[in-house]
Design a protein around this ligand. Structure first.
Ligand SMILES: [Zn+2]
Length: 452
């Protein structure tokens, strides 16, 4: 099985078409982050947390390959990146190209979102290649493009009957960001899987001590903060709804389109969703029923590539497509996989998702997709960005802000543009909301609240 470092190397090799040794060398780059002043140092800490999961972060006094300064003019460093923020926009630029070096105190969530974009640009500068082309000299954007509003971020949020679906990289990023908001109440985290070594490259809250333990329980234990009570639930969202009924709010972070459609089928009253598309995309969506706009099923409708993917997983692991669609490896499926892959032991793979095992085998070079590509795990900053934008979406959603937009689809390597937020309409062929039975089922569960 791949460890955290190997997952990153594979992702970089796949992203840039490099050999593994070259990718490993690039990720061995040493970066130093310099800051003076309380607010600058808070940003520097977030940035180092993010970078530390992908590159080598060293003390400023130690030998390093790249220097990053937060909010200060170039104090004699020959070449380095300067991060500036005037409260309205973020800029990361090479020292000669800086237009104004400054730093303004930022709301904690704004600071973390800005740190994610900054980390991406630092990594792009380290690894080079096509991801850096458009922003080579200067990476800048107005924070308002993301819908960041300090008044919204300062408002109190009460969570009751809320469930987080999934406890992977995005969920870790969400809770890392959520602690910056004034959140109270209770949140249940549902995930049937255990922490794997491949999770450690993008999950803030897991360490090697958590390997093979329940993700949901470990995340609830490690990510708790004052005001919010976290409960881990070892099981799927469907299991949880079967026991307790549909929640008012589902904060969804599962790892596949199918899992999101299944989450929609559980009839939550409201959904705030975040996802990553390997190393190249972040998608955010929210809605409350009854909506005339897109539901989670509309956003993650079945696409042909998904069928191809399920077929790839089935043929790669030596199981049927129906087995793949169950999501998790049980005793029977484990026996089939072990028969096709003698290096795997039945007891080691029970309870893992077929998708995750497939990615691990691809990462080891044992399997390729039908297109000859490797499945790539996102870098830490991408999962964290998705989670932090999901926390922002939650704050906006709870305050009723931005009803005119329910969707964001952005490239984590580029500055978000002014039209990144938009309203996504219903999909006429949605597996969920196009059927009259869906509305009837929602009425049965939520009654008059649907019209509220
Ligand atoms: Zn729909």
């Amino acid at each position: 099985m791949l460890n955290a470092q190997q997952e990153n190397e594979r992702s970089l090799a796949g992203l840039l078409g490099l050999g593994e040794e070259e990718a490993a060398e690039k990720l061995n780059a040493r970066v130093a982050v310099l800051a003076s002043g309380e607010h600058e140092e808070a940003f520097a800490r977030d940035l180092k947390d993010l970078l530390g999961l992908t590159l080598q972060v060293v003390d400023p006094g130690a030998a390093h390959d790249l220097e990053i300064r937060v909010g200060a003019k170039n104090h004699g460093c020959v070449e380095g990146l300067i991060v500036s923020c005037d409260g309205a926009s973020l800029e990361v630029a090479w020292s000669p190209a800086v237009t104004k070096a400054c730093w303004s105190p930022l709301h904690g969530l704004t600071r973390k979102i800005a740190a994610c974009f900054c980390a991406g640009h630092v990594i792009a500068n380290i690894v080079g290649g096509h991801i850096l082309e458009r922003t080579k000299d200067r990476f800048a954007f107005p924070l308002i493009n993301l819908g960041i509003d300090d008044a919204v971020l300062s408002a109190r949020i009460e969570l009751h009957d809320a469930v987080m679906v999934g406890a992977g990289g995005v969920a870790n990023g969400f809770l890392w960001a959520l602690r910056e908001l004034d959140v109270h109440g209770q949140l249940t985290i549902a995930d049937p899987k255990a922490v794997r070594s491949g999770n450690l490259n993008r999950c803030f809250y897991y360490t090697v001590a958590d390997l093979n333990k329940s993700k949901a329980l470990m995340l609830a234990q490690h990510a708790a903060f004052d005001g919010l009570q976290l409960e881990g639930y070892l099981g799927t969202f469907q299991d949880l709804v079967g026991e307790r009924g549909s929640p008012r709010l589902a904060i969804t972070t599962p790892d596949s389109r199918r899992a999101r459609r299944l989450a929609q089928d559980q009839l939550p009253l409201a959904v705030v969703d975040a996802s990553t598309t390997d190393v190249s995309g972040v998608v955010i969506h929210s809605h409350k029923q009854r909506t005339e706009s897109a539901c989670l099923g509309c956003i993650y409708s079945f696409i042909r590539a998904e069928g191809d993917r399920e077929h790839d997983i089935a043929s790669g692991l030596g199981v049927s497509v129906a087995d793949v669609q169950t999501g998790l490896i049980d005793q029977t499926i484990a026996q089939k996989i072990a028969a096709a892959h003698p290096d795997l032991q039945v007891e080691d793979i029970i309870g893992i998702s077929l998708e995750s095992l497939y990615k691990e085998k691809c990462g080891e070079g044992a399997l390729l997709t039908s297109a000859g590509e490797q499945a790539l795990a996102p870098f830490a900053f991408i999962s964290a960005l998705a989670g932090a934008l999901q926390a922002l979406e939650l704050a906006r959603f709870v305050q009723g802000v931005g009803q005119g937009s329910n969707y964001m689809n952005l490239d984590p390597w580029s500055p978000p543009h002014a039209r990144v937020r938009r309203l996504k309409g219903r999909l006429p062929a949605c597996h969920f909301c196009s059927r009259p039975e869906a509305l009837a089922s929602l009425r049965l569960v939520w009654g008059s609240e649907l019209e509220g």
